[in-house]
Design a protein around this ligand. Sequence first.
Ligand code: ATP
Ligand code: MG
Length: 408
Amino acid sequence: MEQNDMNANNTSTYEKLLLIRYGELHLKGLNRPFFERKLIDSIHKSLYGIKHRVIRENGRIFVTEISDNDINNAVERLKFVFGIHSLSVAITVEKDWQAILSACEHILENELNSHKNRTFKVFAKRADKKFPMNSEQICREAGHEMLVRFPELKVDVIEPQIKLSIEIREKAYVYANEIPCAGGLPLGTSGRATLLISGGIDSPVAGYMLAKRGVELSAVHFFSYPYTSERAKDKVIELTRIISAYAGEIRLHIVPFTDIQLAIYEHCPEKETTILMRRLMMKIAERIAKNDDALALITGEALGQVASQTLESLCVTNDAVSMPVFRPLIGMDKNEITEIARKINTFETSILPYEDCCTIFVPKHPVTKPDVQKLRESEAMFDFSNMIEEAVNNTELIVINNYGGVSR
Ligand code: ATP
Ligand code: MG
C-alpha cells in the first residue's frame, strides 16, 4: 500500500520527453555531424512557438522541456520532419532499478487504460555498460515484475501489442511503442531544385519525393489568365502550402504564360503545340531556378501517361534545357501516385475541378514521337526570346511557409 502511494505521487513528477530516431544518418560517415545539425534545425523550425530544448546523445536526439499540454501537438508536427524515422514519447528517471520499475508501471498503466492492448514484451538497450544488469536481465526482471503488478497482462514475444522499452543511457528512458514518421533525409542536405507545379495530382507528389531526400524546393507555376481562373491559381498556392508543411519555405513563382501560349498557337504547327509549350515552360523554369540557386528541375511526368510523356517527347523536352530534370514518378502508375497524394494530403485539393493551362488549346492529334531536330526548327519559326524575358520579369513571387503543418 505504502509502495503504491509512493508510485502515485511519482507519476505526476515524471519528466516526459520525445526520443527521436533517425536511422539512415549513421550511413553517412563523416557527414554525420552535418546531417545531425540539419535535422536539429528542422526540429527547431517545426516546433516554432512551442517551448522545447533539443539534446543530442550518441545516435539519439531528445526533445525535452515540452509542457504536457504541447506534447501531442509537437508529435504531430514532428511526424512531418524528413530525417526522423520514428519517435517515442518517453519518461525519464534516474538509473535506479526501483525507479525504472515504477516508470514501467506508469507507462503500462497508461497503455492499459487507453487501449484494449493486453499482450506485451520488454525491450532493453544498455548504452551505459556500467549499469549492473545486462539487457537480457533487464528484460527478464522487468517482464517478471510487470506480470506481478498487472495480472491481466500476458507476454507475447512474437507479436506484442505493447512494446515496453527501457534504454539505459545518461539516464533511464522508458516508453511504449514507436510512432512512425516521414523518414528520408533532413531538409537542406541535398541542395535545392525547382518544381514545375500544375494544379494536378502528379507534380505535388513529385515535389514531396525530392524533398523527402533532403532537397529544398522552389516552385514555378505557369498561369494562363483568363483561360485559367484566379481559383486555379489559388489551388496551386494551396497545394504549395501543403507541400511546404514537409519541404519548408517555398518560393512560388507565378509566371504569366498566356501571351506565349497564344504565340505558339499562332506561329507553330498545331500538332506540336503541346510539346513546344513544354519546351518553353522548361526554358523559363530553368531561368527562374538559376535565380533561386537551384541545381535541377522537377516535374510530375510519368512515362507514357499522355502524348507529351512518351520517351521521345521527354527527350525533346529535355533538349530545351541544360539543367538535369528529375522525374521521380517516371515508373509509376496513376493509382500508385494517387496513393501517395492521399497520404501527403494533396489529393483532395488536386481534384478540385479548375482547368489548368495544359488542358486548353489541346491539339486534336498531338505528335507522340517528336523528333528533336524537327522540334528545334518549329520553335525557331518564331522568336520567343523577348516573350520569355518578359514572362520572367513579370513573374509574381509568393513566399509560402507552412513548415510542420503550422500556418504562419
Ligand atoms: P499533374 O497531375 O501534375 O498536372 P499531368 O499528368 O496533368 O501532371 P501534364 O499536364 O502533362 O501532366 O504536365 C506534366 C508536368 O508538367 C506536371 O507534372 C508539371 O510538373 C508540369 N506542368 C504542367 N502544367 C504546368 C503548369 N501550368 N505550371 C507548371 N508546371 C506545369
Ligand atoms: Mg497537369
